[in-house]
Design a protein around this ligand. Sequence first.
Ligand SMILES: Nc1nc2c(ncn2[C@@H]2O[C@H](COP(=O)(O)OP(=O)(O)O)[C@@H](O)[C@H]2O)c(=O)[nH]1
Ligand SMILES: C=C(OP(=O)(O)O)C(=O)O
Ligand SMILES: [Mn+2]
Length: 604
Amino acid sequence: MTTTSTDIPTTGGTSHKELAAWVEEVAALTTPDSIVWCDGSDEEWDRLTQKLVDAGTFVKLDRKPNSFWATSDPADVARVEDRTFICTKDAEGAGPTNHWMAPDEMKGIMSDLYRGCMKGRTMYVIPFVMGHLESDTPMYGVELTDSEYVVCSMRIMARIGSKILEKMEETDAPYVKCLHSVGAPLAEGQQDVAWPCSETKYISHFPEERMIWSFGSGYGGNALLGKKCYALRIASAMAHDEGWLAEHMLILKLTSPEGKVHFIAAAFPSACGKTNLAMIEPTIPGWKAEMVGDDIAWMRFRNGKLYAVNPENGLFGVAPGTGYPTNQNAMHAIEKGNSIFTNVARTLDGDVWWEGMTDEAPDELIDWRGDTWTPESENKAAHPNSRFCTPITQCPVTAPEFDDPNGVPISAILFGGRRKTTIPLVTEARDWNHGTFIGSTVSSETTAAAAGAVGVVRRDPMAMLPFIGYNAGDYLQHWVNLGREHADAMPKVFLVNWFRRDEDGGFAWPGFGENSRVLKWVVERLEGTGEGVETPIGTVPAEGALDVDGLDMEPGQLEQATKFDVEEWKAEIPLIEEWFAQFGDKLPQELRDELDGLKKRLDA
Ligand SMILES: Nc1nc2c(ncn2[C@@H]2O[C@H](COP(=O)(O)OP(=O)(O)O)[C@@H](O)[C@H]2O)c(=O)[nH]1
Ligand SMILES: C=C(OP(=O)(O)O)C(=O)O
Ligand SMILES: [Mn+2]
């Protein structure tokens, strides 16, 4: 890259010399028409949303205050795991579960793509912090992007703007360099499209340099670089080096009828129920649930406990299936407006709609492809991975502890996935290593959150398969090591499955608010009052220990949801062995021992 920037008209700037130099360097490479340093103000939001309306990217919604509807290019609707790379010095650093390329090679390829890629566009500089600015160790980032959609979405999802930059300048603070381009330069006089993007996509991470280069996509998980790219992939590598955990987990505050508070973290793969559980309305009397986070947990040791912070400031939730009966809290958050909806359907009077929002679809809609849609239409009105992007503080059940820079002490971790068979409703791990084993072998059917086939069962350790920013074998060893070093701080671990099917193919367990019954048993186990029965896979609720009072289930269904079937589990063993085999020497001995133990118990 050449160094001198040029006479590109610029609004704003910084006294942070290293940052100023990086911005100049990128501008010289990408040659935007102008540079804007984002201040995060309302005025800026108004200006950029108007610009997006004028460009045809946004339609302003008459029925939701300060809210906008966007539809993407039909080929840019989800994370692209095939195009996601971990660029460590050697391939072993990325491990068997990631795509790897040497940093120099990747930088060569991407520099060619970036050269001149912002022509005809504005390059925005977004200073942001993941977590709290008041934290002991503020976790800064700066995203350079040529997308107004990304700026507006980042303003909802993270804490951005002048206040962050000023604090960074005070100490010349280090930050994660996040470079993003939609990869669609405009020639002189060329008309823009509503959703610029490129067929060529790269989502590249340089964990050793704490840097992210993203090219060609405007979709959230690929383009809002503070979220999955920084707060999971880069942060997991930082956490490994520094002795903490960056995890794909919601954080829930539960208050029992006696007023006792417990904080629970839960890891489910994308589109497997994190946002819904984070906003649960318990159906059992006297229990109160509040949300600290719905997607990501950063967990550090403090006063002999494991404390979790939600590094985000917004919700980027799966729209389909979100409605008043299943998740009224998300609906109330959305009603307040200030939101961006992507790839949902739009009603003719300027509201949004998606499958599962109401029992009956409106008579006529504009679907996510921009076509007229009626209930007779064959296609879905909303894309299955369509999203709402909404400030987290608008959710009526956001816990006051969301604002605590130190986070909340976690007393239980739930792992889960989407499995039609085998995995019972709830199982408690025997101890930390067994819990780590359970987490490391979690399996789930793939969903529309990532491009590719849907419904294929794959192993997804700790729901982190697409998000571990280094060798997954080292990641599993890190979990084991932390358990050894901080034995007394470790939460109890549970495995859950809301998605088991009955003979008719329907969900055996009603899920959603009824999941509070499972949470109640979890809390009772923490407090030493819940009764359990040991099985080869862990402890399951004893007969009658799961509160099903007032639950209307057909005969046999509860049994179907909760049963442990030794034959089903024996069939899992070769799959787990195959999964473990790829780690070679990196597989922690402790997990080998856990697998042996499980085999013996199943055969006994
Ligand atoms: N059957 C069933 N579906 C659920 C449950 N919780 C969430 N879902 C559905 O799973 C999909 C993804 O949920 P969401 O909470 O957005 O997942 P996230 O991506 O992990 O945050 C949505 O369509 C939900 O309606 C549950 O307990 N039971
Ligand atoms: C934001 C995403 O994740 P989730 O479905 O876990 O909310 C994503 O997959 O892009
Ligand atoms: Mn979610």
